[in-house]
Design a binder for this molecule. Structure first.
Ligand code: SF4
Ligand code: SF4
Length: 192
């Protein structure tokens, strides 16, 4: 069938051009890369919005997981990787439990975070957390208040982690160094 002619000649031309990309930074390789890293077939998303409707971050922020799914399929790589909302997913996996297409939107976000980190695009508070993990093995280290609360509940003051077994810390540090995460945190935080 021939393409429908619109009154707006420029629009007609764009709609007839099968190579037309909707934004200057649209990258046709993005969806394939996200699918390869995440292991989920993001192109099957039909934008029902169940993910956003289930997301605990959505009512508290401008973060919309459905928007990131759409951007994936539009190839909007730079917009996605540089959006601070990318870091507001709590990785609770509720969206992944409920997606009617059996997609794993959480892993799409994790794939994008990995891609952003590879470009050195990370929020500073995340890099501060890297340093906490490097120093203690925890993103949120144990504290006196927490220890007192644990004892009150009949628990040992230290959990069964590096808090109790600090001898495993060198292995955690080795992982952070092997992936360059610690070096990246030091570099970006030193830049201020
Ligand atoms: Fe797409 Fe699944 Fe979210 Fe629906 S729930 S918008 S199909 S990712
Ligand atoms: Fe929202 Fe992330 Fe939880 Fe999905 S995994 S519902 S995107 S917070």
């Amino acid at each position: 069938a021939s393409a429908k002619a619109y009154k707006d000649a420029a629009l007609s031309k764009r709609l007839a051009d099968r190579s037309y990309r909707p934004a200057l930074d649209s990258d046709p390789t993005f969806v394939g890369d996200v699918e390869r890293i995440s292991g989920t077939t993001a192109h099957l998303c039909y934008q029902c919005g169940t993910c956003t409707g289930s997301c605990p971050s959505a009512p508290r922020s401008s973060y919309r997981i459905r928007n990131f799914m759409r951007r994936t399929n539009l190839g909007l790589k730079e917009v996605s990787l540089n959006d601070p909302d990318l870091w507001l997913c709590t990785t609770c996996y509720t969206c992944s439990d409920r997606c009617p297409r059996d997609l794993i939107p959480t892993d799409v976000i994790m794939a994008m975070r990995n891609m952003a980190a590879a470009q050195g695009v990370l929020p500073k508070n995340m890099l501060g957390t890297v340093n906490f993990i490097y120093q203690t093995g925890h993103g949120v280290p144990n504290s006196d208040g927490n220890r007192a609360a644990r004892v009150k509940l009949g628990l040992e003051p230290e959990p069964e982690t590096t808090s109790k077994y600090p001898e495993y810390l060198p292995a955690i540090r080795k992982i952070l160094e092997a992936y360059g995460t610690k070096q990246l945190a030091d570099k970006v935080l030193a830049e201020g």
